[in-house]
Design a protein around this ligand. Structure first.
Ligand SMILES: Cc1cc2nc3c(=O)[nH]c(=O)nc-3n(C[C@H](O)[C@H](O)[C@H](O)COP(=O)(O)O)c2cc1C
Length: 152
């Protein structure tokens, strides 16, 4: 779908001493109270296994400044975590440089087509920076140069 734009970041979790992480674009809020967020995760993703085991995850949304991090986590090759700076918040990894992040406890997992909709109840959330997120849409990544925000 070309005209559905969404913010890009890194979905990550930790189970025992093992770290899991992947680039993610299908992430969106689905409830205000409680505050729930859904993430669409491909069934073959290693990160999905980690989330099933840990029952929790973090999403770190990224600006253009951290495009390299997004692309590293979007690939299968190499160790994505070596050289990646992160902190554990609520025992899940939040990536350094995130413009906004949240941690969440899994409340539901819905099998849907070739993906699983992971629904999480937000535990901690923080906006760190005013920079615009990288967007995914139009079959590619979109970099916002001038972000005009209109109140409604
Ligand atoms: C910008 C970008 C956005 C992505 N968004 C998603 C997504 O929303 N859901 C998904 O399942 N995969 C998405 N991917 C693909 C995964 O990040 C990729 O398959 C990754 O290698 C999975 O890692 P893992 O198997 O270690 O979990 C995206 C990749 C990129 C580069």
């Amino acid at each position: 779908m070309k005209k559905i734009y969404s913010s890009v970041g890194v979905l990550a979790t930790k189970y025992e001493d093992e770290l899991y992480g992947m680039a993610v674009a299908w992430v969106f809020q689905v409830s205000f109270a409680p505050l729930l967020v859904a993430v669409g995760v491909g069934k073959n993703r290693r990160t999905l296994e980690g989330i099933r085991k840990a029952g929790r995850f973090a999403v770190s949304l990224m600006s253009e400044d951290n495009l390299d991090v997004v692309l590293r986590f979007g690939s299968k090759s190499g160790n994505k975590w070596s050289g990646t700076q992160y902190v554990l918040i609520d025992d899940v990894p939040v990536i350094d440089g995130a413009i906004e992040y949240f941690t969440a406890e899994v409340v539901n997992m819905v099998e849907t087509g070739d993906h699983v909709l992971v629904i999480g109840k937000v535990k901690t959330e923080r906006t760190v920076d005013d920079k615009p997120p990288i967007l995914y849409g139009e079959d590619g990544l979109i970099f916002i140069k001038d972000m005009e925000i209109k109140e409604f």
